[in-house]
Design a protein around this ligand. Sequence first.
Ligand SMILES: Nc1ncnc2c1ncn2[C@@H]1O[C@H](COP(=O)(O)OP(=O)(O)OP(=O)(O)O)[C@@H](O)[C@H]1O
Ligand SMILES: [Mg+2]
Length: 309
Amino acid sequence: MLQAINLHKKFKTKEVVRQINMQLDAGESVGLLGPNGAGKSTTISMLSSLVTPTSGEVLWNTVSINKNPEALRKTLGVVPQEIALYPELSAQENLAFFGRIYGLKGKLLSERIEEILMKIGLSDRKNDIVKTFSGGMKRRLNIGAALLHKPSILIMDEPTVGIDPQSRAYILDTVKQLVEEGMTLLYTSHYMEEVELLCDKIYIMDQGEIIAFGTKEELKSLVSDNQTIELKGHLLTAEFERELVSHFPTASVRKEEEILLLSMPKNEEPLATIFAIAAENDVNITSVIVKVPSLEDVFLHLTGRALRD
Ligand SMILES: Nc1ncnc2c1ncn2[C@@H]1O[C@H](COP(=O)(O)OP(=O)(O)OP(=O)(O)O)[C@@H](O)[C@H]1O
Ligand SMILES: [Mg+2]
């Protein structure tokens, strides 16, 4: 559907995006994850025909968008990183303004506005002017503005930055629902949990380049196919440790102070057995933590740096 081929962007002499290749197929939910300044916004601005690449091209249904940007623009919704709304207008008036830009008018426009207000949970605030809204409400309205013309593909640039947890949860739910309804999504973020929750495929970007690509599972297996189980408890005896070793031949077991650590393949489900062995050996387990690699670990593994500073 949407394809980036060797996209490159220089601002003066600064190379901000380098030889990026990406692909979004219909109905897919794709994440673009990277730290501040990685080049995410520049990349999606090129993908949505707002910024011209220094070299490379973007194809929409195999046709270059340089030749026909309108074909893409008609069916694309973009939620920009910076909120773009008129503070002196009401929620409804803002949506009407954006709807007219997309060529909607009359009854169809008012119907769409009502539907969108419902979707973003602002129906009861529709007549209030935007400058009285919280950050989260503005963000929701910004998302609504991108959905008015029923786009088939939605590009979102860090839509949950700087808002309260409740609005964030609302936005994530709304986006998840859009994806379930068949929306093709490109979701940009530096929050790995959001990308994990929403996206099937993930591109990890750093310093202008795509440094990794795959499903969550594929990316995480770059780090390790293991899970680590941390057990804390009373009387973690040598006998208990020996029993664990004999029950889990694929595991490595070690003790660090008062914690027993088992490392074993991710596909094993050992907790019930661990508790049974503990009961037989009069070991009282007081806490269990199961750790699997996160996308944060993947980024650290690839770059030696943390995703967020
Ligand atoms: N118009 C511009 N002129 C010059 N430099 C720019 C311009 N736009 C972006 N840059 C630079 O390009 C780099 C990448 O910026 P970009 O906004 O694409 O990153 P980002 O991954 O979206 O970061 P953030 O997470 O902070 O939004 C940054 O170093 C930025 O300063
Ligand atoms: Mg950005």
